[in-house]
Structures are given as structure tokens and as C-alpha cells.
Ligand binder design. Structure first.
Ligand code: NAP
Length: 232
């Protein structure tokens, strides 16, 4: 595969991608960023076979809110720009090429789409992302496009591991250290396997779902959560 990756910062890891892959600087929470990413992808790749909409997260202003009444319109708006509208716009730009290729879209959602976790704006945006994905699968399925969501639970990305990440903020709010907080996460969140998911495990699922081996899977949501979600 040749890969074009978009983020606001082209990190050392992204710069070190092999010659077949490219990193593009783009703010995907903006209309211009979505357009630039797909323009560059078309220049580099010609056509697009696989689109992974991975960007998302909890925004400042809702991460530290006590609850629903603390989350202002501005935070709701930024949450939806990041977790939903970015995917809407990138998908709209990429769709003509994906349809020509009978391609696949994998949207990275969250267990927050399926259950009422804090903060409410994040889970609501991810629930909308699941609905969008199902609608894309239905509308374009007959033309050969597949669309799926992967819904991670707590996953050891920098949001959980970094001293300035989301978990460190929550730990500070609870008056505990990041290490102590991480030790408590499996019990507090009911992770059946007793540990966080590693990013590579979720990436392996995405790779499988994007491959021809899963050629008849579409419109479905795949949990990658170590058993957090208890409902069938
Ligand atoms: N980690 C978890 O426990 C967990 C759980 C459930 C769901 N998820 C979902 O999984 C996805 C990835 O999460 P993650 O934990 O890997 O997040 P992350 O560590 O914050 O990484 C997100 C990536 O997106 C980029 N990014 C952030 N804002 C951007 C923007 N406005 N425009 C372009 N790129 C942007 C970041 O780079 P820059 O900052 O340089 O832009 C980074 O490369 C998200 O959709 C998240 O909601 C994660």
C-alpha cells in the first residue's frame, strides 16, 4: 500500500515514512484541511482504495467539564468539527475516487458511541459517526463501496500515556498520578481482559477490515475494547 497521512503536525515518525508514503500537514477540523488532504492524496496516489478517518478525540472545554451543563455551544461545535464534520468533508472529497475503485471507508469511532460516558458531546458525535457510516454503506453498497466503524475502548495511545494527555488531566482532577490512574483504569472501566488495548491491535483489525479478506463485511461496527461494552 502507498499511504498519505494527514495531521496538523508532521512528526519525526511521519517524516520517516518510507518512500511510498507521504505525510500532509492539514487541520482536518476545517473545510480547507479536508480539501487539501484529498487533493494531495489524489496527486500522490492517483485513485484512493481505502480511506481511514482516524482523527477525533475529546476537545478542551469538554474534557474538564463536570457534566452536560458545563459544556458550552463552542465546545459542542469543536467536538463535532473534529469527530464528525471532518469525516463528512474528507469522505465527500474522496468518494468519487473510492467509488471508481470499489473501495472501503473505515471510520474510527469509540465505545462512547454505544454507552453514556463522559463527556456527552464526544459520545454524541461518535454515535452520529456510526450512523453516518451505516448510511454510506447503504447508499453506496450496490456500487461496491464498503463502510465500517471500528470502536476502540481505552487504547494506549499518547492520550493515555503522555504526561500532557487526556488521562493525565483526568488523573490530576482525581488527585492521583498518571501511573496510579492507569493501574485503576481496567477495574474502573470494566475492561474484561484487565488491560488497555495496544494501538497495534486496533490497527491490525483496521488492516483486516480494509483487506479483500473481509470483502463482504459492511455497515457494521467492530468493538476493539477488551470487553468494556457488556451488552450484546
Ligand atoms: N485512545 C483511545 O483510548 C481511544 C478510545 C476510543 C476512541 N478513540 C478514537 O481513536 C482515534 C484516534 O485516537 P488517538 O487516541 O490515537 O488520538 P491522538 O493520540 O490524539 O492522535 C490523533 C491523531 O490525529 C491528529 N489530529 C488531531 N487533531 C487533528 C486535526 N484537527 N487535524 C488533523 N489531524 C489531527 C493528531 O496529530 P496532530 O495533533 O499533529 O494534528 C494525531 O496524529 C480518535 O478518533 C479517537 O476518538 C481513541
Amino acid at each position: 500500500m502507498r499511504v498519505v497521512a494527514g495531521a496538523r503536525t508532521v512528526t519525526r515518525e511521519l517524516r520517516a515514512l518510507d518512500g511510498l508514503s507521504t505525510a500532509v500537514t492539514a487541520d482536518l477540523a476545517t473545510p480547507a484541511g479536508a480539501a487539501v488532504l484529498i487533493e494531495r492524496a489524489r496527486e500522490q496516489l492517483g485513485e484512493i482504495d481505502i480511506l481511514v478517518n482516524n482523527v477525533g478525540g475529546v476537545v478542551a472545554g469538554s474534557a474538564d467539564a463536570a457534566g452536560f451543563l458545563d459544556i458550552a455551544d463552542d465546545a459542542w461545535q469543536r467536538t463535532f468539527e473534529l469527530n464528525l464534520f471532518g469525516t463528512v468533508r474528507v469522505t465527500r472529497h474522496a468518494l468519487p475516487s473510492l467509488l471508481r475503485q470499489r473501495g472501503v471507508i473505515i471510520n474510527i469511532s469509540s465505545i462512547g458511541a454505544r454507552a453514556a460516558y463522559h463527556p456527552v458531546d464526544y459520545g454524541t458525535a461518535k454515535a452520529a459517526l456510526n450512523n453516518l457510516t451505516k448510511a454510506l454503506a447503504e447508499e453506496f453498497g450496490a456500487q461496491g463501496l464498503r463502510a465500517l466503524t471500528v470502536s476502540p475502548g481505552p487504547t494506549r495511545t499518547r492520550n493515555w500515556s503522555a504526561s500532557d494527555g487526556y488521562a493525565a488531566d483526568v488523573a490530576a482532577q482525581h488527585g492521583t498520578t498518571l501511573a496510579e490512574f492507569l493501574d485503576q483504569v481496567p477495574t474502573r472501566m470494566g475492561i474484561t481482559t484487565g488491560r488497555l488495548t495496544e494501538p497495534g491491535e486496533t490497527a491490525a483489525l483496521v488492516t483486516f477490515l480494509a483487506s479483500a479478506r473481509s470483502g463482504n463485511l459492511t455497515g457494521a461496527d467492530y468493538l476493539a475494547d477488551g470487553g468494556v461494552i457488556k451488552t450484546v
